[in-house]
Ligand binder design. Sequence first.
Ligand SMILES: C[S@@+](CC[C@H](N)C(=O)[O-])C[C@H]1O[C@@H](n2cnc3c(N)ncnc32)[C@H](O)[C@@H]1O
Length: 625
Amino acid sequence: MEMEMEMRAREDIEIGEDITPPIPPLSYALHHSFLHSHCYSCFSPLPLPLNSNYNNTKNHHHYYYCSPACTTTRVVSTEELHILQSHPHHPFSSDLRAALRFLQSHPDDRITGLVTNCHKLLLLQEDDEFVATICEGAKAIATATATDTASASAALCLVLTNGVEVQDYDGRNLGIAVYPQNFSWINHSCSPNASYRFFLSPSPPCCPNSTKLRILPQHTVLTKDDEVCQDNGPKIVVRSIKRIKQGEQVTVTYTNLLQPKQMRQSELWSRYRFICRCERCSASPPTNVDHTLQEISSANLDASSLSSDQNVYCDYAIRRLTDYIDDAITQYLSFGDPELCCEKLEILLTQGLLYEQLEGREVKSQPTIKLHPLHYLCLNAYTTLASAYKVRASDLLGLYSELDEHLLEALDLSRTSAAYSLLLAGATHHLFRFESSLIATVANFWISAGDSLLTLSRSPVGSEFAKWDLPMANPPLLKCICSKCSLMDNFKAILFHREAQNADFEDISSEFLDCVTIITQKVWSFLIHGCCYLRAFKDPIDFSWLGTSKYSSLRDVQPHLCSTAEGPGYTHQERMHIFQLGVHCLLYGGYLASICYGRHSHLTSQVQNILDCEECLINDSHETD
Ligand SMILES: C[S@@+](CC[C@H](N)C(=O)[O-])C[C@H]1O[C@@H](n2cnc3c(N)ncnc32)[C@H](O)[C@@H]1O
């Protein structure tokens, strides 16, 4: 029987510490859509203009490099070129190219120590399409390389099992990379204690190499690791997001942790063919976070007439809701209609979907499918709504910035966008309190909420920006933004002196929550004015009212109850509070980001840039006053 590998901590590890040095990949391939914008070797963005970048003259239509060094470190073989040209749109096109690298090895269940999972992935299941795609891909590799299909299948399965999506700083998936055992032996958990990040740049690497490897395999095994890693390609660093005790297994996630158990399990099965039995999945009763999410599948589905077969009902309902939300997102992203997208999503959130009769099933009446406000699909809808409202506001300002009525409408759109952003951060934070491995997600959402609120605080409507009543910049404005909490000092300390301290975590979080709860109460009604769904939320941060009788009012929101009566004006006070709220959200998001990604990460720099920019803007406004 094959030995399952896993990695364990060599020593006690605190939260927010790098636990590996930057690890270069064994193999990697850029996705087709980035071939003209990113370096084929290190995945970093190409300097413009494109035609002046280094390319292989023979094949210059296919891939580019950012520097002479990269042209020599990633030489493209004829076989790879063949795959590039003949199968650009194969669903696993990048995986095929990444797999080529492993073909020279002699395949068994493991190649270069990495599990191939061939027997599991090629097992015929209901979704045979997956197996068919692998076989088709393996055939393409075998043809290009003149090898047997079994070896090609093994190499491709290895990439599918161990490969990770390399993301840039905006979270875009640039391509696939396979890392050596130190990374690839790390198993999945739905409540992981580690995360990873990438460094994209040609060598020499832009990150310190000083961290030693602080994890080791559970079993001392003699595996032939005959692949020598080159010092090129996007490097990966693993970092702790929880305290890890010496000897404890180190885990990362292979899936989106905000999804409820059912969706996570189904994704892990169809992608990797394993059933996760981590603590969170096997907890009975479910852990708080999954309990919250499971409620959604039952309590909020008004399925009295279908009380038997709840699971079938829930599966079907979730599929229909997912399709509906995907359609709305397509309206926005592919057809450029953010307005229709907002309308569709808000109808879903407020009224739910009418449940069409299941085939062959007798139902007395047509029930309605509604989502719990913390469900993963709702969070997706909030993300889309925040972005779509923001785009609508800036489109309007771009077209008619001189007309007052349009300015007012843009303000309405802008505040709804900020409100959805805040709700998204608050809702995810509520889940994060039960499941601390959501830290990276919640950091991103707080930063976006902060950014949105600060944009709103600069809105040109109401009072002229240059004259608003913010404190003078000397002493620096940002320093006196809050006398109650130490977030600003803490963030500056992180930036300039030290890593975030684990011991401070609870204190910093509760100081932050105290402050934002108070400020939010002052501006929430202003933010949600005009948005019928949001008006049903008493508070976007404190969700203790969920599950109480007050919750039913949220479920019963009807669009016609939402009047569009004039709301309160945009006063100096409101502007000031929105500004304060924005700064708090940014600072806290930056603090969490420093734990997951380190203090010199792209996110902490983003926070710093936004704050620097605010300080400059306000300095300027007072100077010209
Ligand atoms: C990247 S490898 C991880 C190392 C692997 N255990 C090994 O022996 O090489 C991914 C594979 O490990 C197994 N695996 C990872 N996490 C698991 C989990 N939580 N439960 C069951 N199997 C898991 C699955 O077979 C998965 O496809």
